[in-house]
Design a binder for this molecule. Structure first.
Ligand code: ZN
Length: 76
C-alpha cells in the first residue's frame, strides 16, 4: 500500500460511492436511504440463491463449498 495520511480514514458508501466518514451516524453508508438500498440488494440476492436450490445434489454441493471455512475474520 502506498503511504497515505493515517489520521483520516476514507470510506465510500457501498451503495452510491459517496465519501463517508467513519464517525458518521449511518456509516458505512452515507445515509439511511443507502443503507436500506444495500439491505434490499442482499435480500434480493438471498432470494435469487434460495429459489433455484431445490435439488438435494445442489444443496450438498453448496454444503461442501461453505463447510470448514475458518480464519476468515476481517478485523481492522
Ligand atoms: Zn450512499
Amino acid at each position: 500500500m502506498p503511504p497515505k495520511k493515517k489520521s483520516v480514514k476514507l470510506h465510500h458508501c457501498p451503495t452510491c460511492g459517496m465519501l463517508v466518514r467513519i464517525k458518521d451516524e449511518d456509516f458505512p453508508f452515507c445515509s439511511d436511504r443507502c443503507r436500506k438500498i444495500d439491505l434490499g440488494k442482499w435480500a434480493m440476492g438471498v432470494y435469487k440463491i434460495s429459489s433455484p436450490v431445490l435439488d438435494p445434489e445442489v444443496l450438498e454441493d453448496l454444503g461442501g463449498l461453505s463447510g470448514g471455512q475458518s480464519g476468515d475474520s476481517h478485523d481492522d
